[in-house]
Design a protein around this ligand. Structure first.
Ligand code: UDP
Ligand code: MG
Length: 320
């Protein structure tokens, strides 16, 4: 393998019961590999004893870096923070609740060796609730594939490996860690992205941090990813197209109503029509305003090198 160093990035939010076992299991796998490595635990503002447990580990093991956030920012910023300080040639992300299995790491690395830039885990036997988790995510995966043209089965699996010079070219906001393969496809060819089946276990300790309420946020992010990929270079094509179309529809209605009026018939009294037209226009307005603000936010963060998180302190490493 050409690569010399691995960086394992793990966001943690209230995972006190999982930390030690996770560390031990990871260590077993990583020590058996012929590469240098670092484990970056990102504490996303936990309110339990996660930080204390991480501190104990970091004191004994200098390969363990701990990034402590000033408050809870979310899984995406936590992943981003870990990637930002990662110094490895390959970055591997996974969850901190042992639902992903460290044993799969060498298999991900084999694919990186074969020349892929992104190797994405596919939870073929996903051990989560069917109605509230598996079905919505099936629909989401299908939609994301359709909108972005990067068709993989399991976008939501956190266990993934990336060539670091590729992943470091993209920035993640909101809930975007769920679309990384699609976002990465803006900087590398889709042929360089591969999916392999990985193990998945039920959560043993602690609770899942997500429920169905995230669905709407995810849809908005999805819309954004699709938009950026397709229209970022020429937003005028997108907005202009919609604008012209609406203008055309509006003028057609107007001419029709005008001719009805000129022929001597009354037009009044169509509240439903008015409401539906208003709703459609307001909806489109809001969507487009949303896109503009997303773009502004991106410019805001990137022009000032502002990060979507605030770090309280870093153990065994430096903030950069
Ligand atoms: N997580 C985080 N910040 C959050 C929510 C979750 O860092 O605001 C971490 C969490 O500790 C875990 C991973 O993200 O390591 C995945 O979360 P979870 O297991 O709750 O999601 P699920 O497996 O149910 O999709
Ligand atoms: Mg989990």
């Amino acid at each position: 393998m050409r690569e010399k160093k691995l960086s394992i990035v793990i966001p943690l939010y209230n995972e006190e019961e999982n930390v030690n076992e996770l560390y031990n299991r990871l260590k077993e796998v990583l020590d058996a590999l012929p590469y240098d490595y670092e484990i970056i635990f990102v504490d996303d503002g936990s309110t339990d004893r996660t930080v204390e447990k991480l501190e104990e580990i970091a004191k004994k093991d200098s390969k363990v870096k701990v990034v402590e956030f000033a408050r809870n920012f979310g899984q995406t910023p936590a992943m981003m923070a870990g990637m930002d300080i990662a110094s490895g040639d390959v970055i591997i992300t996974m969850d901190g609740d042992l639902q992903n299995d460290p044993v799969d790491i060498p298999r991900l690395l084999e694919k990186i060796d074969e020349g892929y830039d992104v190797v994405s885990g596919w939870r073929k036997n996903r051990k989560d609730a069917t109605v509230s988790r598996k079905i919505p995510s099936k629909i989401a995966n299908w939609l994301i594939g359709k909108l972005t043209g990067v068709r993989i089965h399991d976008y939501g699996c956190s266990l993934k490996a990336y060539r670091s010079n590729v992943i470091k070219r993209i920035r993640l906001y909101g809930e975007m860690h769920r679309f990384i393969p699609a976002v990465v496809s803006t900087v590398t060819s889709p042929d360089k992205i591969i999916e392999i089946p990985v193990r998945h276990h039920p959560r043993k300790y602690g609770k899942s941090k997500y429920g169905i309420s995230r669905t709407f946020k995810v849809i908005v992010d999805l819309f954004y990813v699709w938009f950026v990929k397709k229209y970022m270079q020429k937003p005028i094509h997108f907005f202009g197209g919609i604008g012209l179309f609406l203008l055309f529809v509006g003028l057609t209605f107007f001419l029709y109503l005008l001719s009805v009026k000129l022929l001597g018939n009354p037009i009044g009294g169509r509240p439903l029509l008015v409401i539906s037209v208003m709703c459609i226009i307001a909806g489109l307005q809001m969507l487009t305003t949303g896109i503009i603000s997303e773009i502004l936010m991106r410019i805001y963060y990137e022009s000032q090198q502002k990060k979507p998180y605030v770090i309280r302190r870093v153990l065994n490493g430096e903030e950069n």
